[in-house]
Structures are given as C-alpha cells and as structure tokens.
Design a protein around this ligand. Structure first.
Ligand code: DAT
Ligand code: MG
Length: 150
C-alpha cells in the first residue's frame, strides 16, 4: 500500500490543529499506519530537509521545524501521496486552493502547518527516515472495502 509521511509542524501543534489535520485525512479515507509526537533533533531535521540545503530559507526552515514538537505520521491508501498533497494545498498558503488545510489555516509559507511527501519514492524514503519498521502498523480496517476499490 502506498505510504506518505505527514508532519503537523510546530505551528500546527502550538495552534491546536493536530486533530484538524488528522480529521481531514481520516475523512478522506486514508488509513493511519504510524504516529508519534516528538521533538525533532537537528540531525533529523537536516536529513529530512537535505534537498533544501543552501537555499535562502534553509536556516529558517531548520529552526522552525526544531522549535517545538511535531506530530509525525505515516498515512496509507491508494494514491496516498497525491491525495495528501491535495488535502494540504500549495506550499504558499495564499496560493493554496480554498478548502485545503494551508488555505484554511495558514498565511505564510514559513508557517504552512504541515509537511507531506511529494513523490511515491520520497514517501517511502521519508516514512523509513521517521519510523522504524516495527513502528508501522499493518492493519485491516473494517471499512477498507468501502474506501479502497481493491
Ligand atoms: P512543501 O512543504 O510543500 O513540500 P517544499 O518542499 O518546496 O514545499 O519546501 C519545504 C518547506 O520549506 C515549505 O513547506 C516551506 C519552506 N519553503 C519552501 N519554499 C520557501 C520559500 N520560497 N520561502 C520560504 N520558505 C520556503
Ligand atoms: Mg517538500
């Protein structure tokens, strides 16, 4: 099953929006596979955002993600990566479509509430970076056949 990493970033945690993010992903039909509430180490932040190293916003991004705890989750389902990116909305909240989380709850690109993996390959890599294999729960959900076609 396709998996994607979702983070409720420090602004979302501080603002009490963990439940809102989870509720929207649950309602969408995605299935939770793992979750943990953690303070992000500098090492994990730098590995996670390695692709952005050297960009003007990199230092701010690292201090933002390590500034307060995050809720890290793996969600799964058919097309989970695309579905979650769509539910989050565009990176810049003022460009996010109405009804998306970043539209509905954010204003600034540097306080855009959530992270979601951007490709299937990165979904696999990021879930493996944030979770040990034994932290992933493979469970049959009673409603799966009413949400997943196959
Ligand atoms: P996304 O989080 O939508 O995958 P990204 O991977 O391009 O976006 O960038 C990671 C994060 O870095 C993003 O959520 C917010 C921050 N960021 C990206 N571009 C930025 C910019 N031009 N100015 C400030 N922060 C930026
Ligand atoms: Mg990204």
């Amino acid at each position: 099953m396709e998996k994607t990493l979702v983070l409720v970033k420090p602004d979302g945690v501080q603002r009490g929006l963990i439940g809102e993010v989870i509720a929207r992903l649950e309602r969408r039909g995605l299935r939770l596979a793992a979750a943990k509430f953690i303070a992000v180490s500098l090492e994990l932040a730098e590995t996670h955002y390695a692709i952005h190293k050297g960009k003007p916003f990199y230092d701010g991004l690292i201090s933002y993600i390590t500034s307060s705890p995050v809720m890290a989750m793996a969600w799964e389902g058919p097309n989970a990566v695309a579905a979650v990116r769509q539910t989050m909305g565009a990176t810049r909240p003022t460009e996010a479509a109405p009804g998306t989380l970043r539209h509905d709850f954010a204003l600034e690109i540097g306080r855009n509430l959530t992270h979601a993996s951007d490709t299937v390959e990165n979904g696999e890599k990021e879930v493996a970076l944030w979770f040990k294999p034994e932290e992933l729960v493979d469970w049959p959900r009673e409603i799966d056949r009413w949400v997943f076609e196959k």
